[in-house]
Design a protein around this ligand. Structure first.
Ligand code: NAD
Length: 366
């Protein structure tokens, strides 16, 4: 029995990290060395984490802010991020970022239904776009976002932080190396007990319920690890809480299966009712891998279940480090004029699958 553990992982993950961060020698020589300046758009929870992550980076920096509350939230963020008042914008003055040379890119941390509008406006202002997941609330919106960024000749990346996490990258490498043989099936889930009165429970703003917010994680990772696009779908939505009014517009819980052309099947669950830690199991014909926890901001832990190899890849990094890695990857793409690993097309493929899952559930999106 062989063992992949902490010592071996350090060597392997260093190469995995290096591949995600470092441009080629020629690219590095030609690249502008200044950090890429980002304007955070929508100053809620995720922008708080993103801006803190950038504060420890040498290559990604917050140089602008966009908020509906410039005198309160805007001021607090500006002080912490060292952004001058003149670089704090509202949704009404957003388009003036065009004239701010310190802002080269935007990070969109708005409710899902606003991603499309602000991506297109940012592109038209000549700024690169790093947009949170889900990319939008329909595949049609995703296509418009991709087209707008292409016509403006700016880069578009979707913030799939998991694709930049060294433990998840290690899972990908192990699968590619044949450690569990041929993949047969996935199981996974993610959920939390959603509090009332938030945009996530408003269909117009969110586009859907637990599926678009948390069910997307195991589904996206199965797509990523197989490199295939699902072709058939089943889904069962359910709402147990019929009294609080939280789930008048979106589903509380959804169980779904996706089947890939090769025959690999993924069976997943997601919920806004259950406090369900994220997990993913990847079953191969020569063993299984488990990521548990899988999808939190830190702490992803990869282990084997059965099989010939004992694998134990411990959690890496402090909270927020995935956001720093994704920001730095995008900054590197901007400086070296290379394509992001998680471009708009990746977000579009998820939306196509999410629409098909909702269709199977009998509940359309948005
Ligand atoms: P949030 O509610 O904490 O923040 C949303 C921000 O948008 C707030 O600053 C709010 O003022 C602003 N906003 C502007 N117009 C609004 C409107 N009409 N209604 C409500 N808010 C409005 O939300 P969040 O958790 O930061 O999520 C923002 C985005 O980030 C979502 O797309 C979400 O899916 C994504 N997200 C990603 C991760 C991740 O791990 N990658 C985690 C959480 C959220």
């Amino acid at each position: 029995m062989t063992e992949i553990s902490r010592r071996k992982f350090v060597g392997l993950s260093a190469s995995v990290l290096a591949a995600s961060r470092v441009p080629s020698f020629a690219q590095a020589a030609a690249a502008d060395q200044r950090p890429v300046g980002f304007a955070a758009v929508g100053l809620g929870t995720i922008s708080g984490i993103f801006t803190r992550a950038c504060s420890t980076s040498q290559t990604a920096k917050i140089t602008g802010l966009v908020t509906g509350h410039p005198d309160t939230n805007g001021k607090q963020f500006a002080e912490r991020c060292n952004v001058p008042d003149s670089s704090v914008y509202t949704y009404e003055t957003f388009d003036h970022i065009r004239d701010n040379k310190e802002i080269e890119a935007v990070y969109i941390g708005l409710p899902n239904s606003m991603h499309c509008e602000y991506t297109i406006r940012a592109a038209q202002a000549g700024k690169h776009v790093l947009c949170e997941k889900p990319m939008a609330i329909s595949s049609a919106e995703c296509k418009r976002m991709i087209d707008a960024c292409k016509s403006a000749n700016v880069k578009l990346m979707i913030a799939y932080r998991i694709h930049y996490d060294p433990v998840h990258l290690q899972a990908q490498e192990l699968i590619r190396s044949g450690a569990i043989g041929q993949i047969e099936a996935f199981e996974g889930g993610y959920g939390f007990n959603a509090g009332p009165n938030q945009w996530r429970l408003n269909r117009k703003l969110a586009g859907g319920g637990a599926l678009v917010d948390v069910g997307i994680y195991p589904m996206n990772e199965a797509r990523w690890l197989t490199g295939e696009e699902p072709v058939s779908f089943t889904a069962i939505p359910t709402t147990r809480d019929r009294t609080s009014g939280r789930f008048a517009e979106v589903e509380q819980t959804l169980d779904f299966t996706i089947k890939f052309p090769s025959g690999i099947v993924g069976t997943f669950g997601c919920s806004y009712g259950a406090d369900m830690p994220g997990f993913l199991r990847i079953h191969g014909d020569r063993g299984s891998l488990q990521l548990s926890p899988a999808f939190d901001y830190t702490g992803a832990h990869l282990t084997s279940i059965g099989g010939r190899q004992r694998i134990d890849v411990p959690p890496q990094g402090e909270s927020g480090f995935q956001f720093k890695l994704e920001a730095e990857h995008f900054a590197n793409c901007v400086r070296t004029n290379t394509d992001p690993k998680t471009p708009g097309e990746e977000g579009l493929k998820d939306l196509v699958a999410l629409e098909a899952i909702y269709k199977a559930a009998g509940t359309p999106m948005a």
